[in-house]
Design a protein around this ligand. Structure first.
Ligand SMILES: Nc1nc2c(ncn2[C@@H]2O[C@H](COP(=O)(O)OP(=O)(O)OP(=O)(O)O)[C@@H](O)[C@H]2O)c(=O)[nH]1
Ligand SMILES: [Zn+2]
Length: 210
């Protein structure tokens, strides 16, 4: 007999693990792992270093794709510097994980992010620009992190983030956030307003001065 409680059970996120290899970087040789979300056709990545499944909290970064910042050195945001810094910090610890989630532009995609930048060039802030395009301020989801973390037996994190939503999202997934480590790098003249808006409207824990 079907019980009503089945409907209330959280649906586990379906992500297929595909393959792993070594990834030498300037700071350490990580293992890189590729997953595919067949529902969205997105390819999500994870870098790992060291033994992770022993129950001790894992130093981790949950990073959202930002092509302009991560690959093209954009100074409009802090993403590229955060990515590099997180990889360096994990390398120095000799143990950790970086989840690279393909949710560009806080989930609106690259085309709409550049449209949002165009609106920001005309005076909108990062939240207003999303809203003018008909999107919420932040469309990202983090439930896909659970199967990625589960694969390596990771149950607790030392999470590098300034974003309170990420901490709450991990805890909602049953992942303990044993520690929250700030990741404030590359505040500059170009991203000053962006970072201030994130603190004021999205609740990020950001100090005005580094
Ligand atoms: N829509 C939109 N997305 C942006 C903008 N600037 C950066 N992004 C995206 O925002 C995401 C990064 O989010 P952030 O809020 O900077 O940082 P976070 O990852 O939530 O928080 P931290 O863990 O503290 O870095 C990436 O997907 C970027 O592509 C923007 O002006 N508009
Ligand atoms: Zn960025």
């Amino acid at each position: 007999m079907q019980s009503n409680s089945a409907a209330a059970r959280p649906v586990s996120y379906k992500l297929d693990y595909i393959a792993s290899s070594k990834l030498p970087t300037p700071w350490a040789t990580f293992e890189i792992h590729i997953f595919i979300d067949r529902a969205t056709a997105k390819e999500h990545l994870m870098l790992t270093l060291g033994e992770l499944g022993d129950g001790a909290p894992v130093l981790a970064r949950v990073h959202s794709e930002c092509l302009t910042g991560d690959a093209l050195f954009s100074q409009r945001c802090d993403c590229g510097a955060q990515l590099e810094s997180a990889m360096q910090i994990i390398a120095a610890e000799g143990r950790g994980a970086l989840l690279y989630l393909r949710q560009e532009g806080r989930g609106i995609g690259l085309v709409n992010k550049i449209r949002a930048y165009q609106l920001q060039d005309a005076g909108a802030d990062t939240v207003e620009a999303n809203e003018q395009l008909g999107f919420p301020a932040d469309m990202r989801r983090y439930d896909l992190c659970k199967p990625m973390l589960d694969r390596f037996g990771i149950t607790a994190l030392k999470l590098m983030t300034n974003n309170p939503r990420k901490v709450a999202a991990m805890e909602n997934l049953g992942i303990e956030v044993a520690e929250r480590l700030p990741l404030q790098v590359n505040r500059n003249a170009y991203n000053e307003n962006y970072l201030s808006t994130k603190a004021a409207k999205l609740g990020h824990w950001l100090k005005e001065r580094l």
